[in-house]
Design a protein around this ligand. Sequence first.
Ligand code: FAD
Ligand code: FES
Ligand code: MG
Length: 285
Amino acid sequence: MSHKIVSKKQIGEEVFWARIEAPLIARARRPGQFIILSIDSEGSERIPLTIAGADPDEGTIELIWQRVGKTTAEMADLREGDEIANLAGPLGQPTHIERFGTVVCVGGGIGNAPLLPIATALKQAGNRIVSILGARDKGRLILEDRFAEVSDELIVCTDDGSYARKALVTEPLQEVCRREPRPDHAFVIGPTPMMKFCCEVTRQFRVPTEVSLNTIMVDGTGMCGGCRVEVDGAAKFVCVDGPEFDGHKVNYDLMIKRLNAYRAQEREAHDKYGQHRCRIGGAGS
Ligand code: FAD
Ligand code: FES
Ligand code: MG
């Protein structure tokens, strides 16, 4: 069954949003879960994307992706009315939502997309939400307005100071953790080094912290081992055991090494797709 793109727009530098027909997934999905898609029925690669939102009545899900390589570039070139051949999901364990008290939600770059459904569910469960959003620059900051709706306090920063506060997210995170009473819980989603450094901050203040890991995935069913990580000294598969884990127990250095394993092949695939687009007249986004 293919899935029609009902609406699509660019929401930031290299960042795209789409609402896609997927009635069964829209009904079944819970915050924290993701899908694995392949654009064509044959030959195209499978990539995981978080379900950023869903409308069960309309039978649609929201996806938000950053153009980083071949498949996300192909996705960016699709238009409203086009179809995606396969969407498998919802996959992964849903986020554990409860009334913790005050929860700090820290998002970095495209990490704001997977963080949004979690912050929304935490707010609905009665938590006080302090959101800290960071991006490299103003153009890469996404979903500020959606976070404003679900947050009791919103702190925005950019690495280069082109918008809001000039800081890395670890700086306001430290300030929030220093407050009395301390936050009861934290969720951090973003680039792996950012999650690592945020967890070093929350560890000092003994704030329990969950992170959502974005490892390479192939089958998404626990069979291939592509998404293996080390958590608390044990092997875990992000696709079936995660994607969320206790951030204080993840071996980030090993994860970063594994994420970089296919860099050369990924670059080659992206370059070939770029040349192909040029020959057909450079389809716009
Ligand atoms: P490539 O050039 O092939 O790869 C670029 C980088 O993306 C790689 O170095 C690697 O770090 C990563 N990557 C490559 N292939 C895969 C793969 N099969 N699986 C996972 N990562 C891969 N990105 C978003 O923009 N929005 C999201 O909501 C989102 N949610 C995710 C949820 C989960 C559970 C996971 C594991 C990843 C998520 N990602 C998300 C990352 C996204 O899957 C990758 O950016 C995408 O696969 C890159 O594909 P590419 O061909 O465009 O780039
Ligand atoms: Fe294959 Fe997780 S993606 S085991
Ligand atoms: Mg790829």
